[in-house]
Design a binder for this molecule. Structure first.
Ligand SMILES: *Cc1c(COP(=O)(O)O)cnc(C)c1O
Length: 395
């Protein structure tokens, strides 16, 4: 390889030696409770397909219908020629579902954070208060803003209050951004306290509800509904690539906020619109959620069952308050070995290591979905227990 490119191979080798090089598996069939990898079936415990909608026949048939009527590609960014009837239909449905005045759809949750954060906090006088465990897309969006970023300790309201007081001096705009559900631990942001503090200090509140959408609140309406904070959270950011089982991001809030983002957000202005298959599938997902909360209830039942049984077996499942079930192992290599042994036993659950989680807290993050049966969960627990004993992690 050319000399200037040599660092690539060197860094990859370092990653391999420290257990940070990830194995990327290929699914040979649909995303579901069980998946096919290398021609074999595995119990799937690591997708974000919370409600099992990735392959739902109602979703698939809506996609076929819309593709027949509208084709596939939007052909442009939203602001030039890429806004089509289905985009508007989806935005109206999402706003109604979330109980917000309006919503805008973006290409992904990542793009939604890029749409909100640098757009609302854009100048060097502005301040962003950010939870120390916020998602990478929030961190990158903060980097794209010229604002000063003030990190507060994870969910530590005393530290947040201190940081708000230290930065009391009037300057530019102030924005607080937090994950709603912290994706690697499954704990929920203390949103009522955050809202109270931000009201007192005149700070805009934005929550990224990627793992709360379709999971928390009435019928999966999200964290704002969960805490009954309608009208008190200025910006709700969400993704449709998790519980909705598709792809796409959204921002819900006031009509003025959405109008502003449509005109100013760079991911809306300079990246093409979401495709018709995505939009149609998302429409079907919202309709399913609006009709019934069965899937959401089933998801919670499954999450509670798995957590209870793994904890009873002696595993450290952290402080999750949601169906996300972390099984903390410690060192990256041990977590990788654990995952490999589970895989040999027919369970697909990837290890999550640094930089996704802090060093020393590598884990298997078990993700259940509404599509899992009780017998699937029982099978999972049996394999976790067998590997845990073999590796001396539990007795
Ligand atoms: C997954 C996730 C995202 C990214 O969503 P995509 O739609 O996959 O781009 C953003 N924020 C948080 C908190 C997430 O967990």
């Amino acid at each position: 390889m050319a000399v200037p490119m040599k660092f690539l191979a060197e860094e990859l080798e370092t990653m391999k030696q420290s257990g940070l090089y990830g194995t990327i598996r290929t699914l040979e069939g649909p995303q579901g409770a069980w998946v096919v990898i290398g021609g074999k079936k595995y119990l799937n415990l690591c997708s974000n397909n919370y409600l099992g909608l990735c392959n739902d026949p109602r979703v698939v048939s809506k996609v076929k219908d819309y593709v027949d009527r509208y084709g596939v590609g939007p052909g442009a960014v939203r602001t030039i020629a890429g806004t089509m009837t289905p985009h508007i239909e989806l935005e109206k449905k999402l706003a109604a579902f979330k109980g917000a005045e309006a919503a805008i759809v973006l290409q992904s949750g990542f793009c939604a954070n890029l749409a909100v954060i640098p757009t609302l906090a854009s100048s060097a006088d502005d301040l962003i208060f950010s939870d120390s465990l916020n998602h990478a897309s929030i961190i990158d969006a903060c980097r794209l803003s010229k604002a000063k970023v003030v990190r507060y300790e994870h969910s530590d309201m005393a530290d947040l209050e201190k940081k708000l007081q230290e930065n009391e001096a009037p300057g530019g705009k102030k924005l607080l951004i937090t994950d709603g559900v912290f994706s690697m631990d499954g704990d929920v942001a203390k949103l009522p306290a955050i809202v109270r503090l931000c009201e007192r200090h005149n700070v805009i509140v934005a929550v990224d509800d990627a793992h709360g959408e379709g999971v928390l609140g009435k019928g999966g309406r999200g964290i704002v509904d969960h805490f009954d904070l309608h009208g008190k959270v200025d910006v709700e950011i969400g993704t449709m690539s998790k519980a909705f089982g598709v792809m796409g991001g959204m921002v819900a809030g006031s009509a003025i906020l959405v109008d502003y983002l449509r005109q100013k957000a760079r991911t809306n202005l300079f990246s093409s619109a979401l495709t018709i298959p995505d939009v149609a599938a998302n429409l079907a997902a919202v309709e399913i959620l609006q009709e019934s909360d069965d899937l959401v209830n089933r998801l919670w039942h499954n999450g509670d069952t798995l957590k209870r049984d793994l904890k009873a077996a002696g595993f450290d499942t952290g402080n999750s308050e949601t169906p996300i079930t972390p099984v903390i192992i410690g060192e990256a290599q041990a977590a990788k070995d654990f995952s490999a042994k589970l895989f040999e036993r027919g369970v697909f659950a990837t290890a999550i290591v640094f930089p996704t989680v802090p060093r020393g807290t590598a884990r298997i993050r078990a993700m259940v979905s509404a599509a899992h049966k009780d017998s699937d969960l029982q099978f999972a627990v049996e394999q976790f227990v067998a590997v845990g004993r073999e590796m001396g992690i539990i007795r």
